[in-house]
Structure formats: structure tokens, C-alpha cells
Design a protein around this ligand. Structure first.
Ligand SMILES: Nc1ncnc2c1ncn2[C@@H]1O[C@H](COP(=O)(O)OP(=O)(O)OP(=O)(O)O)[C@@H](O)[C@H]1O
Ligand SMILES: [Mg+2]
Length: 502
């Protein structure tokens, strides 16, 4: 059955088309993948369907009825739900409170929290989510938060479910079970729209594939018969080369952790012992929420230690502040760019000032050298191919992938000894992910010690010299990433079994 029919939908911002004359049909029981480069207009199109943006032109029908939603609330009445690229949960509230937020409860003032918690727990169980409705969202990992977002939609009886890059934060195992959930939903006559950058996923799960390019629909075909090259061409206009170059590290140590234990929110690391050589990429594999954040923050110096020492280029930096550390040339690409990477209401220029060494680069005698900042911003926009209206655009208005590019431009364009790259290609399109990888290789070649924390096993396999497996805040082992690497073993170690490091 046809659930959604969009015809001739256009939307522009400041005179530039984000969507142009797009037709899109969605049927029940169908999983439709929506693909396209960063800034191609995927999120915009779905925001229109979900009532966040109003279209400029075109006709949208849901179950045959012409609609023009003014808010997501109206869209939900028509059983349309969306999980955003950046989650919209309230950290200080519980899972149950987040899920039922804004609902009018029957029988008020008897809140019946217990009943709702039970209902949510049951829903969670049905999809093997292991989410406790009583937990505070702020204590959940990003992967877990996403499950809460999904539960929220299911709880509200959404039939047309839109997911904006849902697997960007999931491990291979989590993704696989997420896909099972999608299949289950499709079998129950839901329709799924899946925005993703991962072509392998698309080929694996979608019934139909739609590609947007510069706001225009470029391709709309059944999955059968499509392959990686065809999709890559439709998206970025060229095929992707599968070459990978691996550099070999020096024998000189760049970063060293000695029995380092952290203390703070969420899962902490305990007794971390490892060295990263200059010119080495050390991959960190693990299920999201097992201490990756603590590891990243400990190296960068945002998190406090309860034990141990940390050295950069032989210098003990254990007691140096973050900004001192950044001066000593540590770069941090955070996985949570809205939380500790960017200020959304500020411009590209202002966001460049957030780097630790900005006062050296952009200030003269304590006064901001606007000209210099402006020039450097333009240079970075060009070099990193950032799609923006101007240097002064608030970055809230940039597409998700373009926001990530700005962080990369800020953090790794200059001289660095240590780079902590935490999910650096999350949300980036295939073409750009590849250029981030090339960029990291360049830094490696220049002698940087790189810690690459990722839940994307393909990325770790492609990039790393060695792979450290983390579980429950502990190192399960460090393995050479060569053709002998046993992926099943890595999977077991990630789950907490397998060999422990001596
Ligand atoms: N509220 C807004 N104001 C101005 N411009 C916007 C707004 N929302 C989106 N845009 C612009 O519309 C274009 C399409 O953005 P959109 O977020 O839809 O891309 P996308 O395909 O989802 O990309 P990504 O893969 O990076 O998330 C971009 O150039 C973006 O800057
Ligand atoms: Mg998007």
C-alpha cells in the first residue's frame, strides 16, 4: 500500500535549492535507503515530510490525503516518526520521561509511571534493547540513546519511520540487530526510510534505493541489480578506488600511557598501559560505551585521573591542563560534536577560535586579528570542501557532514604530535570519508601518533597498524592488524571473552 507520495517537492534556503522537484513514493512493508553526499538534501527532504520544514513547492500525500504539516506533532498524528542525526533527548530526564515527554496522560493526576515503565520495558525487550526505563539518559552511551529514540517512535505508534544515519554510531553487531528490528517492522507493514552513507548496508538491507545529488533525485531503483560502483557514481559522480596504503611506524614512542586510570562520568578506563609510536595508527575497537570516551578524554586531558601517568614525546603531561596540552600539539576529533566540538549558534570563524592554540594563531598583542581569521577560515573552507553560505554562517545551518568537516579542518590541519580521532568519519559521505582517511595517513606519514577510536570495523581494518580491543574499561588485548587478524576473535574480545592481555 502506498503510504507517502511526494511530488515535485522543492525547498531552498537563501536562494539555494536544498531539494529540487523531488518525487518520492513510500510503500508499506518497504525499506527505502536514501543516499547522497554531505549536503545533498537528504535530511531536508525528510524534515519536510516530518513537519520540521515547510516545502516551497510540491504536493505531499499521506495515505492518499494531501497534507502540509506544520510540526512533527502533526506528522505523528499521521504515524510518521523520525530519529534525527543528532538526538533530541533531554539528558537529565529518565528514559521513560523522555519517551513520554509532551504526552497528555490519561487519568491525570495519577501519573501511572510504573505502568508506562512496564510498557516501555516490554517494548525494549521485544527488540532485545536491554534499556531500563528508569535510567537517566545522561548516563547512557550514544548507542543506547539511539535505542531510546527508536523506542520513543514505537511507543508513539509510528508506522512510517525515518532514520537519519542510525548506524553511524553502532557496532557491527549492534547494526545487525538494528537491521533485524527494521525487518521486523517492515514485516509488520511499517515503512522505513533509512538515510545512510554506508553502501554495504544499503546493498544488504534496502528494498529500494533513492539517491539525491545537489538536491535533485538522481536514482530511484530496486536494490536488486545495484552495486557499489553504480551507487558511488550516482552519489559523487565517480567510482571509489579501493586502494589502501599503509605506512609503517617508527620505533620512536609518541604517546605513552602508564597504568592510567580515569575517574568521571560513565565508564572509566583502568590501568591502561600502551605506547603509540610516531607514525603509527592504533585502532581502538570495542562496543560503544566500554570506556572509549574515557580513553579519549584522558589522553586529551578533559578527564581526571585516579592513577597513572601519561607522556607525550617523552614529556610527562599528566598534570597539564587541556589547553596546555593542545598547545603541546594534541588534536581531538570528538565523537559528540555538538557537545564538545562545536558551538552551533556561532559562525565558522568563531568555531575556529575554539582550538587551544587559537590565541597564538589569530591574536596579535592580545587583539583578535579578524583579517587573518577570516582568511584562514576561507582557506579551510576551500581545502576541506565545506559547503557553507559564508564564513559567518552559524554552523547550525550546515548539514551534519559539513559540521564534521569543520572540526577536522580546525583540529588536524596544523602540526600535531598526537591525534585522538574518535569516530572521525561518522556522518561523512563515502568520498569524504576517504579523504579524511587520506588526511590521517598524511599526518601519520608526518610522524603523528594517532589513536583511532571507531565502532566501524571496516574503518579500523583499513587504517590501523595495530588494534587495541577495549571492554568494560579494560584492555582485552592489542593485535597486529595484518592478514592474520582473526575478526571473530576480535568480536569475542569486544564482548568480553577471548584472551586478555598479559
Ligand atoms: N535551516 C537551514 N538553513 C539554511 N540552510 C540549510 C538549513 N538546513 C539545511 N540547509 C542547507 O541545505 C543543504 C542540504 O542540507 P541537508 O542537511 O539536507 O544535507 P544532507 O544530505 O542531510 O547532508 P549530510 O549527509 O551532511 O547530513 C545544505 O547545503 C545545508 O547547508
Ligand atoms: Mg543529513
Amino acid at each position: 500500500m502506498n503510504l507517502v507520495s511526494m511530488k515535485g517537492v522543492s525547498k531552498s534556503f537563501f536562494g539555494v535549492y536544498a531539494n529540487q522537484n523531488v518525487d518520492l513514493e513510500i510503500n508499506s512493508g518497504e525499506i527505502v535507503a536514501l543516499l547522497g553526499e554531505n549536503g545533498a538534501g537528504k535530511t531536508t527532504l525528510m524534515n519536510i515530510l516530518y513537519g520540521i520544514y515547510e516545502k516551497d513547492e510540491g504536493v505531499i500525500k499521506v495515505k492518499g490525503e494531501e497534507v502540509c504539516f506544520k510540526s512533527p506533532k502533526e506528522a505523528l498524528k499521521y504515524n510518521i516518526g523520525m530519529v534525527h542525526q543528532h538526538f533530541t533527548l533531554v539528558p537529565k530526564l529518565s528514559v521513560e520521561q523522555n519517551i513520554t515527554l509532551g504526552e497528555k496522560f490519561k487519568g491525570y493526576p495519577f501519573l501511572k509511571t510504573k505502568e508506562r515503565e512496564a510498557e516501555i520495558a516490554q517494548l525494549s525487550k521485544k527488540f532485545n534493547f536491554a534499556i531500563n526505563p528508569k535510567d537517566l539518559v545522561q548516563n547512557l552511551s550514544i548507542g543506547q540513546q539511539q535505542r531510546v529514540e527508536i523506542l520513543k517512535l514505537l511507543y508513539r505508534k509510528a508506522q512510517i519511520l525515518i532514520f537519519d544515519e542510525p548506524t553511524a554510531v553502532l557496532t557491527p553487531q549492534e547494526s545487525a540487530s538494528f537491521f533485524e528490528v527494521l525487518k521486523k517492522l517492515a514485516n509488520q507493514d511499517c515503512a522505513i526510510i533509512l538515510i545512510t552513507h554506508r553502501i554495504s548496508e544499503v546493498l544488504n538491507i534496502a528494498d529500494r534505493v533513492v539517491v539525491l545529488r545537489d538536491g535533485i533525485k538522481e536514482l530511484d531503483e530496486k536494490r536488486a541489480g545495484l552495486d557499489e560502483n553504480t551507487l558511488s557514481k550516482a552519489m559523487i559522480g565517480r567510482e571509489l578506488k579501493k586502494q589502501q596504503i599503509k605506512y609503517f611506524p617508527t620505533k620512536e614512542i609518541g604517546l605513552s600511557l602508564k597504568e592510567l586510570s580515569s575517574t568521571g562520568k560513565g565508564k572509566n578506563i583502568s590501568y591502561f598501559n600502551f605506547d603509540v609510536y610516531k607514525g603509527e595508527i592504533l585502532g581502538v575497537a570495542g562496543v560503544d560505551g566500554n570506556g572509549q570516551k574515557a580513553l579519549a578524554e584522558s589522553i586529551v586531558g578533559i578527564r581526571k585521573y585516579s592513577h597513572g601517568k601519561i607522556y607525550i614525546d617523552g614529556e610527562d603531561v599528566t598534570n597539564l591542563s587541556t589547553s596546555k596540552r593542545k598547545q603541546s600539539k594534541i588534536a581531538y576529533i570528538s565523537d559528540d560534536r555538538h557537545h564538545d566540538g562545536l558551538l552551533l549558534d556561532y559562525s565558522l570563524e568563531e568555531n575556529l577560535l575554539l582550538k587551544g592554540d587559537a590565541h597564538i594563531k589569530y591574536y596579535k598583542n592580545g587583539i583578535l586579528d579578524k583579517n587573518n581569521l577570516s582568511k584562514d577560515t576561507s582557506r579551510k573552507i576551500e581545502e576541506y570542501n565545506i559547503k557553507t553560505y559564508s564564513n559567518k554562517t552559524p554552523i547550525r545551518l550546515l548539514s551534519g557532514g559539513n559540521q564534521q568537516k569543520l572540526i577536522l579542518a580546525r583540529e588536524i590541519s596544523d602540526e600535531t604530535s598526537v591525534i585522538v580521532a574518535f569516530q572521525p568519519t561518522r556522518g561523512l559521505d563515502v568520498g569524504y570519508s576517504d579523504s579524511v582517511h587520506q588526511r590521517l595517513y598524511e599526518k601519520q606519514k608526518e610522524g603523528a601518533s594517532i589513536v583511532l577510536i571507531s565502532t566501524d570495523m571496516e574503518e579500523l581494518r583499513k587504517m590501523s597498524n595495530r588494534i587495541l580491543v577495549i571492554h568494560n574499561g579494560m584492555i582485552m588485548g592489542i593485535l597486529d592488524n595484518d592478514h592474520n587478524l582473526d575478526i571473530t576473535k576480535v568480536g569475542l574480545m569486544m564482548a568480553g571473552t577471548g584472551v586478555k592481555n598479559e
